[in-house]
Design a protein around this ligand. Sequence first.
Ligand code: UDP
Length: 377
Amino acid sequence: MSLPVVLSLIGTRPEAIKLAPVLRALEARPGRFRSFVALTGQHRELVEPFVRLFAIRPDHDLEVGRNGQTPADVARRVLESLGPLLERMRPDLLLVQGDTTSALAGALAGFYQGVPVGHVEAGLRSGDPLSPFPEEMNRRLISRLAAFHFAATEGNRRTLLAEGVDEARIAVTGNPVVDALHSIAERLEPSPEIARVVEEAAPARLLVLTTHRRESFGATMEQNLRALRDFAERHDDAVLVFPVHPNPRVQEAAQRVLGSRPLVRLLPPLGYLDFIYLLSRTRLIVSDSGGVQEEAPTLRKPLLILRENTERPEAVAAGVARLVGAGAGRLRDSLEEAWADGSWADHVSEIENPFGDGRSGERIAEVLPCMLAQVRR
Ligand code: UDP
């Protein structure tokens, strides 16, 4: 029988980061798989540096990218372009990652073409179908469409079982973001710009912020940015560093509330090495991102999560992160509490990472043949 063909779909930057270790593990087994990569081409300027950093070699470009697309636009364009590619290639497996609209549309395209879908980072749930929007519904629907589920944690596996997923189709592998971070740990050389940001801040300590999720837009983001600005102004031992997402709504709020403040550094979106270097040098992280909730425990850094709920309760349960919610009053109190000497944040460096040991890509590649045998004709 010919070698199984695996096609991996990459849309956004977290998909590139988290599928890179899986691709490396597949490529390390040339006698067992033929591995191909399709890029959707969304957010090209954000994603391509990650593709280069992790030496991902794309075989197909779906050219979905256009600025200002709605989730419906992305879904339609992925379906239109991936469907014919699947029809031509007939892969044995389509791998999608996470909770993006591109991953959902990819899973649906696979389903329509009769191609089994493998879901990396399966079984995350916030509990609220509308938040984060549309990611929570995307991941629920991907679980219904997928044939194989690669769960990061035992808790994710239990969630899938409770929803009726066959246990033979689930493997607990850890999250490949941990592998990705380990793979760059020795290469953490910052660019001159970021080295300067860190040097100029000393002896003050860094407070790194990322925020770009739809639920945060408008009044919530405004209040959060004001609370952070006021905190930096009250504490002369704190410098707020904010790599600002290119979304115009984030750019506008960041400039208006934080622009030209001496204790605030507004930066463009950073390359992964620079961003991880910055996190590794920070006292405290404040973020609404999903990936940062896994990176903080891997780097053993304390995190305040700017959300009402999280689909990654493991970081909170382990004691690395605290859920702040959307209210500015709670953010103000949480910042003060975490920043104080001797606070919970000082103990995070001793906590074991709940998201895995850095061998997730290897585990996925190891269990795949057995899983594929369940469906291969
Ligand atoms: N990230 C980065 N540079 C930045 C901000 C974020 O490299 O300036 C990385 C971050 O480490 C994380 C990923 O981008 O792994 C997060 O992507 P995003 O916040 O877009 O998505 P989410 O994690 O919320 O799904």
